[in-house]
Design a protein around this ligand. Structure first.
Ligand code: AP5
Length: 216
C-alpha cells in the first residue's frame, strides 16, 4: 500500500498520518520531519535547507528527492504514507519515474481540503514537543500539564509571516499537483475541516474503497 497524503500546510497531514501508522502499520515518510531532523543535527544538507524552511520557501528538489528516495527504499518501497511530498508537479514526475523503476505504483493520493482561514487558526496555535516531535494545538489539543513547558516550542515557520508565505507557495506551486493526480485517476479529496476523528474516518473510508477493495 503506497499512499500520498496531500494538502496545504496545516491541513492535518501529520496528525492523520500518525493515526494511519497506528491503525494500519504503515511507515510515515514526512519530508518536513526528515528536513527538520537534518537541521537539528547540523548536517551539510540541514544547513542548506534551514534558511528555506524558516522563510516558508520550498527546499530545492535535489535535496528533498535524496531524502524521499532513501526513506522509501528503507521501507522496501511498500506500506508507506508520503506526507509533504510531492509538492510540485516536477516532484510528482520524479516520484512516478522512481516508483515505476521499482514496479511499485501509488495506490491513492488523498488530498485534505481546508480553507486558508482554518489553516491560519491551526498553525498559529500549533505547538511541537522539542524531543518527540508530537504536535499539539493550544485550543483543540493542548499539551498536558505534566509536560515540562520548556519542551513545548513553536516551529519557526509557524510565525505569521512564514505561514502567509507557505500558503502563497502552496497556491502558486503545490496545488497544481492535485490536477496531475486527478488526470491519473488517483486523487481523492477529503473535507479536512472537521474534528480529527471525523477526518480520520473519512480517510479510512477512502483507503477501503481505493486500496483494499481493488486488491481483493
Ligand atoms: P512540512 O513539515 O511538510 O510542513 P507543511 O506541509 O507546511 O505541513 P505542516 O507540518 O505545517 O502541517 P500538517 O498538514 O502536517 O498539519 P498538522 O497535522 O501538524 O514542511 C515544512 C517545510 O519543509 C516546508 O515549508 C518546506 O520548506 C520544506 N519541505 C518539506 N517538504 C518539501 C518538499 N517536498 N519540497 C520542498 N520543500 C519541502 O496540524 C496542524 C495543527 O492543526 C496542529 O496543531 C494540529 O493539532 C491541528 N489539527 C490537525 N487536524 C485538526 C483538526 N481536524 N481539527 C483541529 N485541529 C487540527
Amino acid at each position: 500500500m503506497r499512499i500520498v497524503l496531500f494538502g496545504p500546510p496545516g491541513a492535518g497531514k501529520g496528525t492523520q498520518a500518525r493515526r494511519l501508522v497506528e491503525e494500519l502499520g504503515l511507515r510515515h515518510i514526512s519530508t518536513g520531519d526528515l528536513l527538520r531532523a537534518a537541521v537539528a543535527k547540523h548536517t551539510p544538507l540541514g544547513r542548506q535547507a534551514e534558511s528555506y524552511m524558516k522563510a516558508g520557501r520550498l527546499v530545492p528538489g535535489r535535496i528533498v528527492e535524496g531524502l524521499a528516495e532513501e526513506a522509501m527504499a528503507a521501507a522496501g518501497c511498500d506500506r508507506f504514507i508520503l506526507d509533504g511530498y510531492p509538492r510540485t508537479v516536477q516532484q510528482a514526475r520524479w516520484l512516478d519515474a522512481f516508483l515505476r523503476r521499482q514496479q511499485a505504483p501509488l495506490d491513492a493520493v488523498i488530498s485534505l481540503d481546508v480553507t486558508d482561514e482554518v489553516i491560519v487558526a491551526r498553525l498559529s496555535k500549533r505547538r511541537t514537543h522539542r524531543i518527540t516531535g508530537r504536535t499539539y494545538h493550544l485550543d483543540y489539543d493542548p499539551p498536558p500539564r505534566s509536560i515540562d513547558p520548556t519542551l513545548i516550542v513553536q516551529r519557526p515557520d509557524d510565525r505569521p509571516d512564514a505561514i502567509r508565505h507557505r500558503l502563497e507557495v502552496y497556491h502558486a506551486r503545490t496545488k497544481a499537483v492535485e490536477g496531475y493526480y486527478r488526470r491519473q485517476g488517483l486523487l481523492h479529496v477529503v473535507d479536512g475541516d472537521a474534528a480529527v476523528d471525523v477526518v480520520f474516518g473519512r480517510i479510512l473510508k477512502v483507503i477501503e474503497r481505493a486500496v483494499v477493495q481493488p486488491m481483493t
